[in-house]
Every structure is written in C-alpha cells, then in structure tokens.
Design a protein around this ligand. Structure first.
Ligand SMILES: Nc1ncnc2c1ncn2[C@@H]1O[C@H](COP(=O)(O)OP(=O)(O)OP(=O)(O)O)[C@@H](O)[C@H]1O
Length: 713
C-alpha cells in the first residue's frame, strides 16, 4: 500500500497485525508502522511526471476503469456470435475468392487497360500469353498442393485435411467478413468518452463529421490524456484542412463522438506552437456548466483598479476569464432571466470599487437590480419613464460635451504626460485634469431606444427621443474610448431595429447569453459569427450565466473571430451593495464623489458646436430623415408618393404590400416601379418580417432614402 503525502512517498511495511502495547490491563493501539523513503519535492514531482508520461502512452481506453466493462461486453458478444458468424463469413468469402481468382487468371486489369487505350488488337497476344501462363500456374499449384496434402495425410493421417480445411476456411472467412461500419451500430452500449478518445475512433469521428476525407488521418500532437474533469487531445488536421472549420462544425463532431456539444470544447492552437490546422479538444466527463457557479472575487476585494481587466467568469475548463474594458465597450444580450443583468453588473461593480472611475447608470427595467449603484453613481437614471428618458438624453449630451472637451485638453498636454492623444492612468487619476475613466451602463436599453415620443412636442414628425439616445450613444461609443469612456449596454431584445449596426459596430466586446434565434445571436455578436460556428441560440436554457464572449475590435485579449464560452461569476446584490458602500467610502476619501451621489443634480447644457458635431456624426452613418423638399418635378411619381408615406423615424425593411397599401398601389406595380427607378430589392428579396408565417416581398427603406436623396440633389 502506498500512502501519498505532499512531497513524501512512504511504504507501509505490510498488513501485519498492528503492534499493541499493554499497560495496566489496557490494550492501547499503536500507530501503524511505516517504512519508506523520503523524497525531495523535486524527486516527487519527477516521479509523478514520469508516471503521467507513461500513462499518456497507453491507449486512452486503458486510462478509464469504467471502460473495462464495456470491453468485456464487446468481447463476450463476439464470442457468443462467432458460431453463427463464421459459416456466414466463409459462404460470403467463396464467391469473392473465386471472383478474385478469375480476375487474375483472365488478366482482367491488363485487358481492361488495353481496351480503354484502344490497344487491344496490339496487346492481345501478350494478354493471351499471360492467361495461358496463369492457368498453368493454377493447375500446378492445385495439383502440387493436392498431391502434397495427400502424401502428408498418408503419413500423418486425416488430421492434415482438417488443418488444411481450417486454414482455407479461415482465409475465406477473413475475405468474407462483414467490415463493420464504425459508428453506433457496432456498439451495444452507449460509448464511453474513453472509447471515443482512442486514436482510431477519434479519426473515425472526424471522418464521420466530414472534417477530414475518407483516406485522411490525424497527427496526434498530444495523445489523449486525462485533464481535470475531462479528456484533452491536440491534433493536426491534414494539410489544407482548417481548425476553424472544425470549430464551426463542433456539433457534428460532438455527435460523431457521442457527447453533448456543451461537453466538447474545441479551440485553435494559436501563437508559438500553433497553426491554422492545429486543433485542441477538451471533452468534459459531464456538463461542465451544471456545477455550482464560482463566486466573484469582487465580493471580497477592498478596491479595484479599473485599468486592470475585471475577473468576469470561468471557461468550461475552469480558467478565469478577465475582461479588459478600457478602450472598448461591452454589449450584453439575452432572452429574459438568463443572467444578463448579473453579467453587466460585474464590470460595473469593479468600476464602483475604483474611486477614480465616474459612473453613470441607467436602469431601463426600473427595479432594485441597479439601485445599489446610486451610492456611487455620478448620474443615476432609475427607470425608463418619460422624465427619466428626458434626463438620460441630457446626461448623454453632458457626456458628449465632455468627450469633445477632453480631446481639446489632451491635444494641449505635453508629450511626456500624454504621448498618444489618449488618456493614461496618470491623467485619469489626477483630479486636476478632471478626466476620470467614465463608465456608462445602460440596462434594457431597448426601453430607451424604442421611445417614439417626438423630441420637440411642436414637431410631431421630427426626431424621436429614442433616435436621440441612439445618436448620442453611437457618438460616445465611436469617439469616447480614447478619452476614457466605456459603454456597457444590456438588452433582452437583441434585434437589428433596437441595436442597429452603426451602434453595435462600435461596441468592441460582446457577450451573448441564451437567445432564441441565430439572427438574435448575430445581432449581438456581429455578422458572420453564425457561419463561423458562434450561435448563442444553441446555449441551453438551464445554463444561466453562460454565454459566448467575443472581442471584436482587437482591443482586448479576447480572440477576434473566436468566441469563448464563459460562465459568469456569481455576484449577488448583497455583495454589490457592500462593494458600493466601499466604493463610496473610497470616493469620499479621494474627493471623487460627485453628481447625483452628493445631490448635485444640475446638468450642464450641450454647447451648440458639439451638438452640430454629433449631428454630423449621425448623418454620416445614415440619413435619418428624408430630404425635406424632395418632392420636385424631377422626382418620379412613386418616390414622391413614398416620401410622404414613410415616417421619418422608420428604418429597416418594410413589406412591399404594406408600403403599396399606404400609397394606394398594388405590391407588384410598386416593386416594378421601384426597380425601374433604381431601388434594388434587398437580398434576399423575400423575408419573414413582423411575425409573418411565410417570407414576403420586402423593401429596404434606407435604399429608398438614398435614391430619393440622390435624385433630389
Ligand atoms: N453565473 C451564473 N450562474 C448561475 N446562475 C446565474 C448566473 N448569473 C445569473 N444567474 C441567475 O440567473 C437569474 C437571472 O439573472 P438576471 O436577473 O441577470 O437575468 P436577466 O437576463 O437580466 O433577466 P431580466 O431580463 O428578466 O432582467 C438570476 O436569478 C441569477 O441567480
């Protein structure tokens, strides 16, 4: 028996009766007698790594005790079925052997090749010579073999014939054996992961998933071995096969390996030692997200430096994922109750714990989820009621002015202090410059963006409040990061109407928890992510707090183009409140508690020149309104009618039939007229919109606007 202690391997002397000592009639049991050799830490480590190395050389199935019973079952099955299978295999083998012999004796390959090359007449004599020679060979072998066996049987008895028969029948059985197709049919029990990890089975799985061709194989860079609660293996795909394709087809591979896709973690090996065809697989024994979530370390820390990446969650393999947010912004999206607010609050809590961060929080849901941040927030918008939306607009205008102002200040600073026209930790922490890192968190952002109330009550057709919020957020997201502004936006309605491309494109880090459709997943993660195998609609509803994290702007350490599946740390409201109390105390000490948190609710007005610049920035992205007087003699009739029929706030796709009804036309002539006047249909031209059961013909309003704008110019 070996007892393992840290750094020590001791040998127990045996299992003899433990010595006892008699004292005053009592029998006292002495400690077991140990005999051992003391090892240094280094020797112990080396011994362990040699064992691990030796283990890794064994076939994967031998690592796993549970697999033994599966092997036993398979063996018993083969033995039981053998008496029935053997004669059948021999029977199948006879015609195959005869066919093969006939093909050889008639020199079929040579004959066919000559015929195909139209050389049969020239070659016939040669072929005939071969045929005669092979017939003689057959005759000689049969006669020789038969004669030899007859003589041997006269000497040794009939056993010779039995042996010869056994050999020939075994040969025929091998020829006629049914080549088991790999796959589930050959296995009567569910396959274990250890079984799938055996080299050949892994190659078969890759073939079945169509990740490699029938004749291709895998090169094992690291043989399958146990790695925490799962199996790890690194393979090189055949030349020209890409690891990214394998990642995109993870579900097919999981099916071929007979595991749930949540158990299969496939990653490219990058950097030194990696290349585009090197794939690392980790297959968890069980659902890695079923375990208890890890508590956030932010619950325990006294303070935090927001310049440092925030611990955000863990991967399936238990590695901690840190989220750097300076220079970038975060978008979190999911269906309700999947952990969106919990996820968004993690970086906001780390900001609350840094006394040099200015916090602006808008809670579009309006409840207690964000209330604790009122203790530290420079601006706090508690809900999405009318007065709150008006205030949010004013707050964002104040921020936009601050963004502009900071760039002016940075331009004036000496090169030593500001080498790159960007804020630095020194600048953001020094109250003299008044340029703290500023985190703007907006939960349930759709409740603000969908507000259709006109900004100016006297102009009912003018800009809507939602449009204004979008315009300001886009401006801040686009211009603000270098000046120290970070946006953290969360929504339970991730569609392109709510988060248009022009805003989403500015948010460099995206976290998609469970959503219902792959389109919603793409709205959060970005176009092309579904095709690359990133689909948050495939996440399970039981996996709260689990999402795909993608760094899309190269500013973070996250891999652009490859989302990481992360389960967020758990940070309950109680811990957040305590963190906010600590953050408030730290701010009081540093003299950085400002704004709403100390009752200073007055908001500065937006200077005219900044308002104009925001306007210009919004106009570059998309003309938000149709040209005022675009109804002129040169505007075709259909476009003239549409100018009046389309609301300024409307964007995106509209059903052609709907648009036609507004101007009293039929859909078909409208479609034809639009095409005639240079308004091409979107791709695809028929789509499901507004919950329609079937795809309907659609028109893109921005294309109409662009054509009207060009025609009217
Ligand atoms: N990392 C996590 N692990 C386990 N459970 C979590 C995790 N994060 C959040 N949850 C659980 O998920 C539930 C929903 O979280 P949250 O309130 O953040 O959802 P939401 O998406 O914001 O919902 P809603 O849209 O209704 O506000 C919470 O009860 C929480 O306990």
């Amino acid at each position: 028996m070996t007892v393992e202690q840290t750094g020590v391997v001791a040998q127990v002397a045996g299992d003899e009766e433990t010595p006892t000592v008699a004292s005053a009639g009592d029998m006292v049991k002495a400690a077991p007698l140990l005999e051992g050799e003391l090892l240094t830490d280094e020797e112990y480590r080396r011994a362990r790594s040699l064992t691990a190395l030796a283990m890794s050389r064994l076939p994967a199935r031998w690592h796993d005790r549970s697999h033994v019973s599966q092997l036993r079952t398979e063996l018993v099955r083969h033995v039981v079925l053998a008496p029935a299978r053997y004669p059948a295999a021999v029977t199948r083998g006879v015609p195959i052997a005869l066919r093969t012999w006939w093909s050889w004796v008639s020199v079929k390959d040579f004959y066919d090749a000559a015929k195909q090359a139209q050389q049969l007449a020239n070659r016939y004599e040669e072929i005939h010579r071969f045929r005669v020679r092979r017939r003689w060979w057959t005759l000689a072998t049969t006669a020789g073999g038969g004669g030899g066996l007859t003589i041997a049987s006269l000497v040794e008895g009939p056993v010779v014939w039995w042996i010869a028969g056994a050999v020939v029948s075994a040969g025929l059985a091998v020829t006629g054996r049914r080549k088991d197709k790999s796959g589930r049919s050959a296995v009567i029990r569910p396959r274990s992961i250890a079984w799938a990890m055996d080299g050949n089975n892994l190659v078969t799985a890759f073939r079945e998933a169509k990740l490699i061709g029938k004749d291709e194989g895998l090169a094992f860079v690291q043989l399958p071995k146990r790695d925490s609660a799962g199996w790890a293996v690194v393979v090189d795909l055949p030349a020209s096969r890409k690891a990214s394709t394998a990642i995109a087809k993870r579900e097919d591979l999981a099916s071929a390996l007979a595991v749930d896709e949540v158990q299969l973690i496939a990653e490219r090996v990058r950097g030194k030692g990696g290349h585009a065809g090197r794939l690392s697989l980790w297959i968890a024994d069980d659902d890695p997200y079923a375990a208890k979530p890890v508590d956030s370390p932010l619950g325990d820390v006294e303070n935090w430096d927001f310049w440092q990446p925030t611990p955000f969650g863990t991967t399936a393999r238990g590695q901690v994922v840190h989220l750097p947010l300076v220079w970038t912004s975060l978008l979190v999206g999911a269906i309700p109750r999947m952990g969106k607010t919990y996820a968004a609050r993690i970086p906001v809590t780390s900001a609350a714990l840094d006394p040099h961060v200015r916090l602006i929080v808008a809670d579009g849901k309006g409840g207690k989820d964000w209330k604790a941040f009122e203790l530290v927030a420079h601006r706090f918008i508690p809900n999405a009621r009318a007065e709150s939306i008006v205030r949010l607009i004013a707050v964002l205008e104040e921020v936009a002015a601050d963004v502009e102002n900071r760039f002016g200040q940075l331009a004036e600073m000496d090169d030593e202090l500001c080498p790159e026209s960007k804020v630095t930790p020194e600048i953001t922490r020094n109250p003299v410059y008044n340029m703290p890192l500023t985190v703007i968190a907006v939960d349930e952002i759709q409740n603000y963006l969908e507000d259709e109330t006109p900004l100016d009550p006297d102009q009912p057709k003018g800009k809507k409040r939602g449009q204004r919020v979008l315009e300001l957020l886009t401006f801040i997201a686009k211009t603000g990061p270098a000046a120290g502004f970070v946006l953290i936006l969360a929504t339970q309605k991730p569609d392109s109407q709510v988060i248009p491309d022009k805003l989403r494109g500015q948010l460099g880090t995206r976290f998609a928890l469970k959503v219902m459709t792959y389109q919603a997943s793409e709205t959060i993660l970005g176009a092309g992510t579904y095709k690359a195998g990133m689909d948050a609609s495939k996440l399970l509803k039981s996996h709260r707090g689990v999402g795909l994290l993608l760094g899309a702007d190269g500013e973070t350490d996250l891999d652009a183009g490859e989302a990481l599946t992360v389960r967020t740390h758990l940070l309950h409201i109680k811990a957040i409140r305590a963190a906010c109390h600590r953050g408030r105390a730290l701010r009081e000490l540093a003299g950085t508690l400002t704004g709403d948190a100390v009752g200073e609710r007055q908001i500065r007005e937006l200077p005219d020149e900044v308002a104009q610049r925001i306007q210009q920035s919004a106009a570059v992205n998309e003309p938000s309104v149709l040209p005022e007087d675009s109804e002129g003699p040169e505007l075709p009739e259909v476009l003239g009618l549409l100018v009046n029929a389309i609301d300024d706030a409307e964007t995106g796709l509209v059903a052609t039939a709907d648009l036609a009804a507004r101007i009293g036309w039929d859909a078909k002539p409208l479609g034809e007229a639009l095409r005639r006047h240079g308004v091409p249909p979107p791709t695809p031209s028929r789509q499901r919109i507004n919950g329609s059961l079937h795809p309907v013909s659609v028109v893109d309003l921005s294309t109409i606007r662009a054509v009207v704008g060009n025609t009217a110019r």
